[in-house]
Design a binder for this molecule. Structure first.
Ligand code: GDP
Length: 472
């Protein structure tokens, strides 16, 4: 604001994000007593307003704009089991192979790219929200668009709602694909009105959600679905730098016979090349080969491209970031530090970070102002009663956000969702799947179980006013 004030005195009415001429910057710096150096080599690049008190010479070098180009959207399919996610992914891939682009053989590397009218779309090949949320729990956001698959004969089901909550939580736009429209029992209108009730309003009813009607089996509407994905991508204006050292995210990894550890990554920015020294989680190596989704060896990979990387000294976890580094010695040091940090984390992660008892501490440390909970109950009736009562709790200090609720036992997916949102899981008259209990322990997610409604509500109320005593 001081900067804007000085500019106003110079008769320049600038906004926070406006680019300024070099002359103006020199003028304002003189007023502020800051000496600046200009790098003549980069005169062609726009001169950004430097933050107050920081001479321009310290700012990162501007990226030449010509290398920032639009990139393909990365798409994940989600929805209820058996609604046709896998079939749709297959149908899309087959259309591509039929078009003769892939040279016949496609390899499963965990993701693939389809070209439609000269524009690419990358699909993550493992449908469902488990993979999506597992990545988010590691802070990775790879997916640009979620395609929510709903079977036209079955309609909205519990996992449909779960998927919507996952996408919303990650702030990823949703395209609805109503599948199985070939079936005699198909009722797309019913699906639309069900989804409208939970806030996904089709454009024809005045909303902004794109709906497509498809049949994976009869290959109806596939082209239109691809067009709609490209339309949504256009709205998102997805861009990336196509030059410089690559940054990528792991989507899957394995140890392969004869190949050693391999990791499929999606490049997020820059150019990943054979011969690059890469660092990924606690592993590193020199890229020995890059294999694309058609099984071809390629020399380099660009943004949004899925590619299998050979040459790492171990299999990294999905969601981890892969970066290119110049100096192998530095890479080894970083890896060593990470291994040390991981050891410490392992000891610490046995105690959940966010609990009903320490929510206030968590707020102070992490500046969190919302208590995020996943709520599971035995029957719909008690779930509704609970939501009703919990929504009535008012606290000036903390907001309550029920990020997901459902009927049934507490599953791994519930734990991952709570983890991704930095929250906890509350169960009423229900139990925890054994895999979920193990995961909660590993990921440090608190599970609180209750069998009396008022006890549950009281504890949440007390937690939100900071009155709950730590558990012994
Ligand atoms: P996912 O669990 O969501 O991945 O579902 P799948 O792709 O495995 O499909 C579940 C079942 O629905 C399979 O038996 C498919 O053959 C069938 N199916 C999928 N899409 C369609 C469709 O468009 N029409 C019909 N009639 N059946 C379909």
């Amino acid at each position: 604001f001081q900067l804007i004030h000085h500019l106003m005195e110079m008769n320049i009415f600038a906004s926070m994000t406006q680019l300024l001429d070099e002359g103006v910057i020199q003028g304002v710096c003189q007023r502020l007593g800051i000496t600046i150096q200009t790098d003549k080599k980069e005169r062609h690049a726009p001169v950004h307003t430097a933050p107050l008190g920081k001479p321009k010479a310290q700012a990162p070098p501007p990226q030449p704009l010509s290398n920032i180009k639009s990139r393909a959207p990365v798409v994940t399919f989600m929805g209820h089991v058996d609604h046709g996610k896998t079939s749709l992914l297959d149908a899309i891939r087959q259309t591509k192979v039929a078009a003769g682009e892939a040279g016949g053989i496609t390899q499963h590397i965990g993701a693939y790219t389809v070209v439609k009218d000269g524009r690419s779309i990358t699909f993550i090949d493992t449908p469902g929200h488990e993979a999506f949320t597992a990545m988010r729990a590691r802070g990775a956001s790879i997916t640009d668009i979620v395609v929510l698959v709903v079977a036209a004969d079955d309609g909205v089901m519990p996992q449909t709602i779960e998927a919507i909550n996952h996408a919303r939580n990650a702030k990823v736009p949703i395209i609805v694909a109503i599948n199985k429209i070939d079936l005699p029992g198909a009722n797309p209108l019913r699906v639309k009105s069900q989804l409208q009730e939970i806030g996904l309003v089709p454009e024809e009813y005045g909303g902004d959600t794109i709906f497509c009607e498809v049949s994976a089996i009869k290959k109806i509407g596939i082209d239109n679905l691809l067009d709609m994905i490209l339309l949504q991508a256009e709205i998102l204006e997805l861009k990336a730098n196509y030059e410089g050292n690559a940054k990528a995210r792991v989507i899957e990894s394995q140890i392969e016979k004869g190949r050693g550890p391999t990791a499929t990554v999606i490049v997020q920015s820059g150019r990943l090349k054979v011969g690059d020294i890469v660092l990924c989680g606690i592993y590193y190596g020199k890229v020995r080969a890059l294999i694309d989704d058609t099984g071809k060896n390629i020399k380099e990979a660009f943004p949004s491209m899925p590619v299998k990387v050979l040459g790492l000294n171990g299999a990294p976890l999905p969601g981890e970031e892969l970066v290119v580094e110049k100096d192998e010695k530095k890479v080894k040091e970083i890896v060593q530090e990470r291994i040390e940090a991981l050891k410490k984390d392992r000891e610490a992660s046995l105690t959940p970070k966010v609990t009903l008892e320490n929510i206030f501490q968590a707020i102070e440390e992490g500046q969190k102002k919302t208590l995020n909970i996943v709520l599971k109950a035995d029957v719909q009736g008690s779930l509704e009663a609970l939501i009703d009562q919990l929504k009535k709790i008012s606290s000036q200090k903390v907001d309550l956000d029920i990020i997901h609720s459902g009927v049934g036992s507490i599953s791994e997916s519930d734990i991952l969702l709570a983890k991704a949102a930095g929250g906890l899981v509350i169960g009423f008259n229900t139990k925890t799947d054994s895999a979920a209990a193990a995961l909660a322990k590993r990921e440090g997610v608190q599970i609180k179980l209750f069998s009396v409604i008022y006890e549950l509500v009281d504890q949440v109320k007390e937690a939100m006013s900071g009155l709950l005593e730590p558990e012994l």
